[in-house]
Ligand binder design. Structure first.
Ligand code: NDP
Length: 366
């Protein structure tokens, strides 16, 4: 996934945060977002799954900060979403160096929350970040070299105000860097204490298998793989999921709702102004809302309605029914969306008949 806004070439970044001047140093948000104390019942509604054959359990719902948590987004809404997620047991928060806009600012948003309200709860969170897409100018701002991966993580840690993250990913394959160098850099990240675990994202099946073997040989097993996987995007079923299961690696599908297409947002054929497709600068272009995709979404909505479930709930429940899946990595712009996601984990499993109806809906002729 490309950076939301490329770093301005030649800009002078803050030495401590790696950010352009003027982005950090905003006022305390705790008062603006209203009083809050972590809910003592926050672990009651969540369910947990082990990631592959590791010892780590993750919540069935995880939250990504790709959209809605940048320096140009409403900071009070971002704070409210983070609080509600934590209170629902969504303790896994996913970042990347380039999430914003501007790039890096989603890490600053999370860092401020940790500093201002979460000092007592840091160890209850499982925080991931990544490098692999373009983050800065020049040859060291992109790719899979040891230099880029280590420098970028050091910058992420400064923005987050943390000594380590829980999980560090290579964000996408880099054909120009030897795989051995990239995997050795990831292993070094764990050995040096900068991350507890490492993972891969957007690696196709065969390359993932080689990377997993290299990490194993380094003594730092791959914890999890993060592919795009949802009812409308089934490529991981062509080998990747099997590879992950064979090697005992977890799977955390990103964009499980196809960025909102697998919700009731666009079913009526209009693009709401406050939706991702309706806002400029996002990665859901109106052109992606094709008639065949909308028709599939409408057919899926019928299946969901017959189960008494919203379409978003059906899409998440279906993914959680896939044996390779550890947790689903959602995005959210409203607390109600977080609540819909957590409700989905308690919905009954899809029957064989419902699974057939789902497959028929997504295979409808264009
Ligand atoms: P989703 O497919 O879950 O899309 C989330 C968006 O869908 C929300 O922001 C919201 O958009 C809409 N939505 C969610 N729930 C509902 C609902 N119940 N009703 C109506 N609309 C709803 O995931 P994302 O595409 O946001 O990706 C999730 C995370 O995955 C990212 O934050 C990131 O961490 C990770 N990711 C990783 C990538 C990689 O290369 N490794 C690439 C992309 C994402 P709105 O309300 O604004 O319309």
């Amino acid at each position: 996934m490309p950076a939301a806004t490329p770093a301005a070439p030649g800009s002078t970044n803050d030495a401590a945060t790696g950010m352009p001047p003027g982005v950090s140093g905003e006022p305390d948000l705790s008062a603006a977002a209203g009083p809050w104390q972590a809910d003592p019942a926050r672990y009651d509604a969540m369910r947990w799954r082990r990631s592959g054959r590791s010892g780590l359990r993750l919540p069935e719902i995880s939250l990504g900060l790709w959209h809605n948590f940048g320096g140009t987004d409403d900071p009070v809404r971002a704070r409210t979403l983070l609080r509600r997620a934590f209170d629902l047991g969504i303790v896994h928060l996913d970042l990347a160096n380039n999430y914003g806009p501007p790039p890096g600012s989603a890490e600053l948003t999370l860092g401020r929350w940790l500093r201002e309200e979460m000092q007592a709860h840091r160890e209850e969170l499982f925080i991931s970040t990544k490098a692999g897409y373009r983050m800065g100018p020049g040859p060291y701002g992109d790719g899979g070299s040891r230099k880029y991966l280590l420098d970028s993580l050091d910058q992420s840690l400064r923005r987050l105000g943390l000594p380590h993250v829980d999980l560090y990913y290579h964000h996408r394959p880099d054909a120009e860097t030897p795989l051995e160098e990239t995997m050795a850099a990831l292993a070094h990240v764990v050995r040096s204490g900068r991350a507890r675990y490492v993972g891969l994202s957007n690696y196709p099946a065969e390359l993932a298998a080689r990377a997993i073997a290299l990490l194993q040989a380094e003594g730092t097993p791959c914890l999890i793989h993060q592919p795009r996987y949802n009812l409308l995007e089934r490529t991981p079923e062509q080998g990747l999921l099997q590879t992950l299961q064979t090697h005992g690696v977890g799977c955390i599908p990103f964009s499980p709702l196809a960025q909102g297409l697998l919700t009731d947002r666009y079913l009526a054929g209009v693009i709401p102004a406050d939706s991702r497709a309706g806002r400029p600068g996002t990665f859901l272009q109106p052109a992606a809302l094709t008639e065949p995709r909308l028709a599939a979404a409408r057919a899926l909505q019928q299946v969901a309605a017959a189960r008494g479930q919203p379409l978003a709930g059906l899409a998440l429940r279906w993914l959680l029914q896939q044996p390779a899946v550890t947790t689903v990595l959602i995005g959210a712009s409203k607390v109600e969306q977080l609540e819909t996601a957590v409700a989905a984990i308690h919905a009954p499993a899809l029957s064989d008949e419902e699974l057939g109806a789902v497959d028929a809906a997504v295979k409808m002729p264009a």
